[in-house]
Design a protein around this ligand. Sequence first.
Ligand SMILES: O=C(O)CCC(=O)C(=O)O
Length: 189
Amino acid sequence: MEEVPVPGLTLIDDWIGKSDEDQLLGLVDAGNWRNDLKRRVQHFGYRYDYRARSVSLADHLGPLPGWLAMLAGRLVDGGAFSKPPDQVIINEYLPGQGISAHIDCVPCFGETIAILSLGGSTVMKFQCSANGAGRELTLPNCSLLTLMGPARYDWLHAIPARMSDVIDGVKTPRIRRVSLTFRSVNIAA
Ligand SMILES: O=C(O)CCC(=O)C(=O)O
């Protein structure tokens, strides 16, 4: 596939260190996993209704716990958000699991999507909704992906459901990956 740039996409390697990663995985696994999708998820701040593709005031779960609020603060300090994101979805991907191509709900969420990868690396696929142009990107563990502008609004992203990825030309078996996706919820007052 011809590699084209995805405007508005930023990937920061080693956004956290290895010991932070281990600590975060421990905190994630102390939480309550939901089993209503093919993969396990946890929702914080607001519950997202996958079927209705909506978030409403009735979905408010409360403030982010301290450890997620601290990461949300770092995202503001780094310039990804102008105020702390108030919603986090944690996704767990076992080998063979993925997420289908989508653009995050536009009325539900604000202009930045930030994804922190823990555990395994994965390959994310991007496709421009206007002209079909494609791009694959490896998301290493400890990296932070941010999607803004066209990357947020005009490009679909997906993780193919497969057992291995080709990373730097090498077939790499998947291991468990956990992602933390930070968003700001748009709710009309
Ligand atoms: O897990 C990821 O890296 C992607 C998550 C995602 O796209 C989503 O939750 O909408």
